[in-house]
Design a protein around this ligand. Structure first.
Ligand SMILES: [Zn+2]
Length: 227
């Protein structure tokens, strides 16, 4: 009897180890998904041509310079009127960014007038990292959020303030927006980790990865499709 119990314990431990290894590998894959630079992005979409308008990969243009809801620019570049972005991420940003930046501002007792995002890319190369949410343009890497308040402009650099109240409040708000869609599960049971990757990951010290996982208006897939 003792032997059987021991065997069961041994088997269940192995299962746990296996599950952890898989998760580790999936995380690993996220870490190596680097979005295009503006030049790479341009070349990629030129190569793709019209084929990219496929229904399974709906894409649109973000006018970073003068969109009514969200403005931004790629770090160290001027804003463009034609940033490639997935339809779903764009819709989600327009719907939730303002609310979430406002919540973040309130966590610092600021009254927000407007905001602007400095990012490090959206689309990534599907040939190199097909499992990353950058491949279908469903993720954006945010380096800084500039909040214009009644007390002047506040530059919230993620590298500097990533662990602070501001980004924590932003991530919780974004996570709640994701969970409210299609019964999306909270990543590891935590709202803050849902739809974003930040300082808790060693490869996300300089930017906040913000995504719309596949569970939103789609299928509930494996862990690596969650962020
Ligand atoms: Zn990312």
């Amino acid at each position: 009897m003792k032997k059987i119990i021991l065997l069961i314990i041994l088997l269940s431990t192995q299962n746990i180890t296996f599950a952890n290894t898989q998760e580790g590998e999936q995380d690993h894959e996220h870490e190596h998904a680097t979005p295009f630079t503006p030049e790479e992005e341009e070349r990629y979409f030129e190569d793709m041509g019209r084929g990219f308008k496929r229904k399974s990969f709906p894409r649109t243009n973000w006018n970073e310079c003068s969109d009514r809801r969200v403005t931004g620019n790629y770090l160290s570049y001027r804003c463009t009127r034609q940033r490639n972005i997935s339809q779903i991420l764009f819709t989600f940003m327009k719907k939730n960014f303002e609310t979430c930046v406002d919540k973040a501002a309130k966590s610092n007792n600021w009254r927000m007038k407007d905001f602007h995002i400095i990012h490090k890319g959206i689309f990534g190369d599907a040939r190199h990292s097909p499992r990353s949410l950058h491949s279908p343009g469903r993720a954006i890497d945010i380096a800084e959020i500039i909040v214009s308040t009644y007390g002047g402009n506040k530059k919230m650099n993620f590298r500097k303030y990533g662990n602070g109240e501001f980004f924590t409040a932003f991530r919780k708000c974004w996570g709640r927006a994701i969970i409210s869609q299609n019964n999306c599960p909270a990543y590891r049971g935590q709202v803050q980790l849902t739809g974003s990757i930040g300082k808790e990951d060693r490869n996300h010290q300089k930017h906040l990865h913000v995504s719309v996982p596949y569970c939103v208006k789609g299928k509930h897939a494996g862990n690596y499709f969650w962020r």
